[in-house]
Design a protein around this ligand. Structure first.
Ligand code: ZN
Length: 175
């Protein structure tokens, strides 16, 4: 138990430090750590193991703030680093190719990776409800909701608690 708490506390600290200058794209420019905390909290509520919860805090470090896979292995071990890598988009691809890759890769996700992907989508849909990125209109929002569903519907395993949250947020956005 003590070990788990220390691990999550280290992940929080690491994520807060690495993302310190990173903001969401909404008008309020919400600090990025809010999204990470939301994803981790969703995973904890859904009954995921401690490494998945820690990966919730760390899931955007390789993609968005140039932390390397090797750095994550050194700090948090192979399992957490692999979890983060599994939800990292390949930045060499164009935006649309990255989006397509998420759809194509969804069906190969393990249960733990599927939970991470689903929690990330839930948090992003909640962000769209609270305040969409600057310049996004209804069409842009609808496009994102549609794309997220393409990914989620291909996940081989869908955590029930997270799925409940997902359908709630999706319903609110489409309603
Ligand atoms: Zn994310």
């Amino acid at each position: 138990m003590g070990e788990s708490i220390r691990l999550v506390a280290r992940a929080v600290e690491f994520a807060a430090r690495e993302h310190r200058r990173h903001r969401r794209k909404d008008v309020a420019e919400t600090p990025y750590i809010n999204h990470l905390a939301h994803v981790a909290h969703l995973l904890a509520e859904a009954g995921c193991d401690v490494n998945v919860v820690a990966a919730g805090y760390l899931h955007d470090t390789i993609e968005d703030v140039d932390v390397t896979f090797e750095q994550l292995v050194a700090e948090f071990g192979e399992d957490i680093a692999e979890l983060v890598r599994s939800v990292t988009d390949d930045k060499r691809l164009h935006w649309w190719a990255r989006k397509q890759a998420q759809i194509d890769e969804a069906e190969h996700a393990t249960a733990r990776v599927a939970a991470l992907k689903l929690a990330d989508k839930v948090s992003n849909l909640c962000s769209l409800l609270e305040g969409p990125p600057k310049g996004w209109d209804e069409r842009e929002i609808a496009r994102y909701v549609h794309w997220a569903h393409e990914v989620v519907s291909r996940l081989p395993e869908r955590n029930e608690v997270l799925m409940g949250r997902y359908l709630e947020a999706r319903g609110a956005l489409l309603g």
